[in-house]
Design a binder for this molecule. Structure first.
Ligand SMILES: Cc1cc2nc3c(=O)[nH]c(=O)nc-3n(C[C@H](O)[C@H](O)[C@H](O)COP(=O)(O)O)c2cc1C
Length: 417
C-alpha cells in the first residue's frame, strides 16, 4: 500500500473510462494520482481513446488491468463487462466525449465501456452514491449543442455527477467552456464523494485556520506568519472521515478542500463572530487559527503618511474566542468537543496544560514553534496531544497532513465516549 494512502480512496475499486478526446493524456495523471492515494484503478479505453494513449500507459501507472475495446471479444474473461460492473465501487469517465455521453444517455451498449457503464448504472442501488462520475471534454461548439446538453441532463437525472467542463484553452484554439476539469480537481471530487459514508458522516466540524489581521490603517496591519496549512489539513482530514466541515479562515494562499464550507474572515473579532454563530450543533470545534491577542487601540481610516511621523501604536486585547466558546458550551452544550492549539516558544507542556485547564478544553495540540520544521509556514509539525486525565502523547515530526489525521483519530475517540 502506498505511503500516501488517503482513507476514502484506500482500496476503493475505481473503474476509469477513457474516451477519444485530446484530453485522454490527462487521464493518465488522474489514474496515477488515484493509485498513489491507495485506490485500485482498472481502466477501459474506447477504440478512439487508444488513438491518443495506449492501454499500456495506464497499466504501467496503475499496476492493474487496462482494457481496450477488443478485450470484450477475446474471451479471456467470462462476460468481462458484467465482471467489471460488479467489481467497481465507482465509475469515472474522464474525459467523456460527446459520443460516449450520447451512447450512455440513450442506452447504446456497443462497446466495452458503454456496456460496462450501462450494466453498472442499472445494477441495484450502489453503496456509494453518486457512483457514476463523468468529466466531459469537447470543443465549445459541441458542448453548446442542445442535443449534447440534453444528453448530459438525462444522465444527471439518472444520478450521474458531472465535473466540469471548465472554461479555458481548447485544442481548437478557442478560449471557451469545454476543457476537461484538471485531473487534480477530478481527484478532489472523487475523494470527496467517496468520503461521504465515512465514520464521521453526519458530524458537524468547525475548524479555524490561518492568521488574523488587525488593521492599523487601510494598508497596514498587525498579523502573524500562520500559513493556514495545519488548519486546512485538519479540515481535509475531517472531510475524509465523512464529516461536514465549516472552515473559518483568515487570509491565506490556500485553496479550501473540496466539500468544506469556507468562511473568510480578517480580524479576531470577525473570527469570533463566525465561530460563535457556527458553534450551535457543532460536534467539534478545532481552533487551529493563530488569532491575534492584541489589536491597535485605534484603526486609522486614512493611510498614515510617513512624512507626519508616528510616536507609537497603542494596543488593546482582542476578545478571547475560547473563553466565549466555553461560556456558550456551558449554557447550550455546544460544541460537544473543543480542541485548542498552543503555539509556544518556551515551557510548552506547562503552558499548554494551563490553557487546557483554564479554557476547559477536551484536547489541546501543543507545538514548540521555536524549533525548525514546526509551526508557522512549515510543511511539517511536531505536536504533543494533551487531554484531561490522560498522559500527554508526543507525535513524531511529520507532515501537517499526518498530524491532522492523528488529531482527528483522537477527536473521533472523544466523540465516541
Ligand atoms: C484530434 C481529435 C480530437 C478529438 N477530441 C474530442 C473531444 O475532446 N471531445 C469529443 O467529444 N470528441 C472528440 N473527438 C471526436 C471523437 O474522438 C469521436 O467522436 C469518437 O467517435 C469518440 O469515440 P468514443 O466516444 O468511443 O471515444 C476528437 C477527434 C479527434 C480526431
Amino acid at each position: 500500500m502506498s505511503e500516501k494512502s488517503i482513507p476514502p480512496l484506500k482500496e476503493k475499486r475505481i473503474l476509469l473510462g477513457v474516451t477519444g478526446s485530446i484530453a485522454a493524456y490527462k487521464a493518465v495523471e488522474l489514474a496515477s494520482r488515484l493509485t498513489q492515494a491507495g485506490a485500485l484503478v482498472d481502466t477501459i479505453l474506447t477504440q478512439a481513446a487508444t488513438r491518443f494513449v495506449a492501454p499500456l500507459t495506464f497499466q504501467s501507472v496503475t499496476a492493474r488491468q487496462a482494457y481496450a475495446d477488443q478485450d470484450l471479444w477475446n474471451g479471456q474473461e467470462h462476460v468481462l463487462h458484467v465482471k467489471l460492473a460488479e467489481w467497481a465501487d465507482i465509475i469515472v469517465i474522464a474525459p467523456a466525449t460527446a459520443n460516449t455521453i450520447a451512447k450512455l444517455a440513450h442506452g447504446l451498449a456497443e462497446d466495452l465501456l458503454s456496456l460496462t457503464a450501462l450494466s453498472f448504472t442499472s445494477s441495484p442501488p450502489r453503496i456509494i452514491t453518486p457512483s457514476f462520475l463523468i468529466a466531459p471534454a469537447m470543443d465549445a461548439g459541441l458542448w453548446k449543442n442542445p442535443a449534447i446538453q440534453k444528453n448530459v441532463a438525462t444522465l444527471k437525472k439518472q444520478g450521474a455527477l458531472t465535473i466540469g467542463p471548465e472554461q479555458g484553452h481548447l485544442a481548437s484554439g478557442l478560449d471557451a467552456a469545454g476543457r476537461m476539469s484538471e485531473p487534480e480537481n477530478i481527484f478532489r471530487e472523487i475523494r470527496y464523494q467517496l468520503s461521504r459514508r465515512g465514520p464521521l458522516a453526519g458530524k458537524k466540524f468547525v475548524v479555524t485556520a490561518g492568521p488574523t489581521q488587525e488593521p492599523i490603517d487601510p494598508v497596514r496591519f498587525l498579523g502573524n506568519p500562520s500559513s493556514g496549512k495545519q488548519g486546512f489539513a485538519v479540515a481535509q482530514a475531517a472531510l475524509d472521515q465523512g464529516a461536514q466541515v465549516t472552515l473559518i479562515a483568515g487570509p491565506t494562499a490556500l485553496a479550501a478542500p473540496r466539500g468544506a464550507e469556507k468562511i473568510d474572515v480578517q480580524t479576531a473579532e470577525e473570527m469570533t463572530n463566525a465561530v460563535l454563530s457556527n458553534c450551535p450543533r457543532a460536534d467539534a470545534l478545532v481552533m487551529t487559527a493563530a488569532v491575534a491577542d492584541f489589536k491597535p487601540a485605534k484603526s486609522y481610516a486614512q493611510k498614515l503618511k510617513k512624512e507626519n511621523g508616528l510616536t507609537g501604536i497603542n494596543l488593546k486585547r482582542t476578545q478571547d474566542i475560547l473563553t466565549q466558546v466555553g461560556r456558550l458550551k456551558k449554557k447550550t452544550g455546544w460544541p460537544k468537543i473543543v480542541v485548542g492549539f498552543a503555539a509556544e516558544t518556551e515551557n510548552l507542556i506547562a503552558n499548554a496544560q494551563d490553557k487546557l485547564n483554564k479554557k476547559a478544553l477536551n484536547l489541546i495540540v501543543a507545538n514548540n514553534i521555536a524549533q525548525p520544521g514546526r509551526g508557522f509556514q512549515s510543511d511539517t509539525n511536531q505536536a504533543i496531544l494533551l487531554a484531561p486525565g490522560s498522559v500527554p502523547k508526543t507525535l513524531p515530526l511529520m507532515t501537517k497532513e499526518k498530524t491532522a489525521v492523528e488529531i482527528l483519530a483522537r477527536i473521533t475517540l472523544l466523540l465516541k465516549n
